[in-house]
Design a protein around this ligand. Structure first.
Ligand code: SAM
Ligand code: DTB
Ligand code: SF4
Length: 326
C-alpha cells in the first residue's frame, strides 16, 4: 500500500538535526539508486515570452516588463538541431518548454511531430506546455512523449499569492490527466518564493501523496528576474534548501530529484552537498529557458572531481535503463 504522508510527519523530518537528516536521506538514496550516477537533461524554450499567466517569479509573463527576447514557435528544424547538439554533448533527455496557458489545437501537429522526430534520435522527450486536456495528453503519449513537466511550485496556501490566473486544483487536474495518459510525471517546485518550512513540507506532501509519486522532481531555486514582483526576494538559506532536498529524497525514494534552476548562483560545494542530500539529476547545457545555467565544461569537471557518471538510457525503448538496487 502506498504511504500517505501526514503534515506532522513531514514537519518532524524538517525539525531533525541536519546531520541526522542527511544520513537518513543518504541511506535511502543508496538503497534505490547508484549514488555515483547522475541523470542529465537539456532544456530548450520552443516559444518564449508573452505568456498570459501571471506567475510572479517568471520572466515570460506578459504582465511584467522583463528583459527577454520574445520568440514565436521555433521552427521544427531549429528544435531538432538543438536536440541533436544536446545528444552529441552527452544529454539523453530533451525537455522543451512553451510559455503558454495551454497548447491550442493548431499547435498539436507541430508538437507531435517534434516528439516523433526526437524519439527517432533515441533521446527521451519531456515537454512543459501549461495545462493539457485528455485528448492532447493521449495524442502526446501516442507520439511517444516520455515525460510531462508541470510543477506545483509551492504550498496551496502560498500558491494563491504567487499565481492568480489558475488554481492549485487546475495544476492537480492536469497532473491527473497526464498520469492517466501513461506519460511519466516531472513535477516539483521553487524555493525562495517567500515560503516557510511548513509551505515546503506541504509542497512535498502534495507531490508524495499523488496517486503515483512523480518519477522526476525538479527543485528550483528562485532565479530573481528583474522586472518581476520577486526580483528583490530574500535569498533562501542554503541549509534550508539542502534540508528540503533531503526531505524530498526520504519522501520520494525512487524519484529522480533534479537540482534545477538556480545552479548559476550556487558554488560547486553547495551543489555537491545537494548531491549528498539526494539530488541525482540536473539540467545540463548553458541555458535553461531564458536564464543561464553553468557551462557544460564546469559541470563535467565537477562530475570528474566527484567521480559522478552520467546515466545512459536503454536505446530500444528509451526507458530509464536501471534503477540500480543495492
Ligand atoms: N508555462 C509552463 C508552466 O508554467 O507550466 C511551463 C514553463 S515554466 C517556465 C516551468 C517551471 O519553471 C515553472 O513551473 C517554475 O517552477 C520554473 N520557473 C520559472 N521561472 C523560474 C524562475 N525565475 N526561477 C526558478 N524557477 C522558475
Ligand atoms: C523546471 O522545474 N525548471 C525548468 C523546467 N522545469 C522547465 C525551468 C527553469 C526556468 C528558469 C528560469 C528561466 O530560464 O526562464
Ligand atoms: Fe507562463 Fe509558465 Fe512563466 Fe507561468 S511559469 S508565466 S505559465 S511560462
Amino acid at each position: 500500500m502506498k504511504k500517505i504522508w501526514k503534515l506532522e510527519e513531514v514537519n518532524i523530518l524538517f525539525q531533525k538535526p541536519f546531520l541526522d537528516l542527511m544520513f537518513e536521506a543518504q541511506k535511502i538514496h543508496r538503497k534505490y539508486f547508484n549514488p555515483n550516477e547522475i541523470q542529465i537533461s537539456t532544456l530548450l524554450s520552443i516559444k518564449t515570452g508573452l505568456c498570459p499567466e501571471d506567475c510572479k517569479y517568471c520572466a515570460q509573463s506578459s504582465r511584467y516588463k522583463t528583459n527577454i527576447k520574445k520568440e514565436k514557435l521555433l521552427d521544427i528544424a531549429k528544435v531538432l538541431k538543438a536536440a541533436k547538439k544536446a545528444k552529441a554533448s552527452g544529454s539523453n533527455r530533451f525537455c522543451m518548454g512553451a510559455a503558454w496557458k495551454n497548447p491550442q489545437e493548431r499547435d498539436m501537429p507541430y508538437l507531435l511531430n517534434i516528439v516523433k522526430e526526437i524519439k527517432k534520435m533515441n533521446m527521451e522527450t519531456c515537454m512543459t506546455l501549461g495545462s493539457v486536456n485528455k485528448t492532447q495528453a493521449i495524442q502526446l503519449a501516442k507520439a511517444g512523449l516520455d515525460f510531462y513537466n508541470h510543477n506545483l511550485d509551492t504550498s496551496p496556501r502560498l500558491y494563491k499569492k504567487i499565481v492568480t490566473t489558475r488554481t492549485y486544483q487546475d495544476r492537480l487536474q492536469t497532473l491527473d490527466i497526464i498520469r492517466d495518459s501513461g506519460i511519466k510525471i516531472c513535477s516539483g517546485g521553487i524555493l525562495g518564493l517567500g515560503e516557510n518550512n511548513t509551505d515546503r513540507a506541504e509542497l512535498l506532501m502534495q507531490l508524495a501523496n499523488l496517486k503515483k509519486i512523480p518519477e522526476s522532481v525538479p527543485i528550483n531555486m528562485l532565479v530573481k528576474i528583474k522586472g518581476t514582483p520577486m526580483e528583490k526576494n530574500e535569498n533562501i538559506d542554503n541549509i534550508d534548501f539542502i534540508k528540503t532536498i533531503a526531505v524530498a529524497r526520504i519522501m520520494m525514494p525512487t524519484s529522480y530529484i533534479r537540482l534545477s534552476a538556480g545552479r548559476e548562483n550556487m558554488s560547486q560545494n553547495m551543489q555537491t552537498i545537494c548531491f549528498m542530500a539526494g539530488v541525482n539529476s540536473i539540467f545540463y547545457g548553458c541555458k535553461l529557458l531564458t536564464t543561464n545555467n553553468p557551462n557544460q565544461s564546469d559541470d563535467l569537471r565537477l562530475f570528474k572531481k566527484l567521480g559522478l557518471q552520467t546515466k545512459k538510457i536503454n536505446i530500444k525503448n528509451a526507458q530509464i535503463e536501471s534503477v540500480i538496487q543495492k
